[in-house]
Design a protein around this ligand. Structure first.
Ligand code: COA
Length: 257
């Protein structure tokens, strides 16, 4: 498989999947989403049981590609959101257990990718946010659906409405991550956990995952609704302003339009 955005290393029935464009802070563009979809199919075909997902460099993933989004009309934005939702849902429905090893920035779509994983470990240097509000848009890869389920609606609203950044300790306190580790301990710990889980029965592990997901309604059927609203953001001048302001490295001036 030809990969440009990811690197995959398999070790028995455990895998290490790295976002491999550190110079782009591992942004999630169409190509990254396509590769992720291919990888999910490949991992299933190989019978991989546990996968560590991490980012190379200083970011886990700095979100969806703002440059691409700045050019999207409402229909393209809706389609982009639907695609992200569909692929992240595939991760959630996948028989393998995904462990996010959050090494640095997990922002916007990057955080949403971590939310679609089953377990999350964080480096003490990790930074968490759904900063979309500052760009004049809303989360579009399932964040409005999964974050409330994981940390409760009140906290999720605070995160999504404010766009604020949170530390690894705050993410731990919110119940979003299992453990905070020193940066050099993050991958060894995540990989040890993956090996431990890969020693279990694959089909039974997959059934356990399905059962727990069913109990918390983690079937983001409402991803469809999120994509509609994400697309609607792009009918507003404030979305143009917010996205453009990021690219021009200035503070946006929203007009409530
Ligand atoms: N989409 C597109 N490009 C992005 C990006 C994104 N989500 N995040 C970072 N980049 C680009 C920057 O534009 C910059 O490009 P340039 O070198 O061509 O100017 C490069 O990556 C490095 O980022 P920079 O902002 O210079 O690094 P920094 O250390 O000052 O800040 C971040 C790092 C992650 C805090 C900052 O890049 C950021 O806020 N990114 C956007 C996060 C975001 O809003 N994500 C949600 C999108 S849904």
């Amino acid at each position: 498989m030809h990969l440009e955005c990811f690197q995959l290393t398999l070790s028995g029935k455990a895998g290490l999947l790295e976002l491999a464009r550190p110079e782009k802070l591992n942004v999630l563009d169409e190509q990254a989403l396509d590769e992720l979809e291919d990888l999910l199919n490949h991992l299933q075909g190989e019978g991989v049981k546990a996968v560590v997902l991490t980012g190379q460099g200083r970011a886990f993933a700095a979100g969806a590609d703002v440059k691409a989004m700045a050019e999207m009309d409402p229909e393209a934005a809706r389609a982009f959101s639907l695609k992200g939702n569909r692929i992240f849902q595939q991760m959630e429905d996948h028989p393998a257990v995904f462990i996010a090893a959050i090494n640095g920035y997990a922002l916007g779509g990057g955080l949403e990718l971590a939310l679609a994983c089953d377990l999350r470990l964080a480096s003490s240097k990790a930074v968490f946010a759904q900063p979309e509000i500052g760009l004049g848009i809303i989360p579009g890869f399932g964040g409005t659906q999964r974050l409330p389920r994981l940390i409760g609606p009140t906290r999720a609203k605070e995160w999504i409405f404010s766009g604020r950044r949170y530390t690894a300790q705050e993410a731990l306190d919110a119940g979003l991550v299992l453990e905070v580790l020193e940066p050099e301990e993050l991958l060894p710990r995540a990989q040890a956990l993956a090996q431990e889980l890969a020693a279990k029965s694959g089909p039974i592990l997959a059934l356990a995952k399905r059962a727990v997901n069913a109990s918390v309604g983690l079937k983001a059927a409402s991803g469809q609704g999120e994509a509609e609203l994400f697309g609607e953001c792009f009918t507003h001048e404030d979305a143009r302003e917010g996205l453009q302001a990021f690219l021009e490295k200035r503070t946006p001036v929203f007009q409530d339009k």
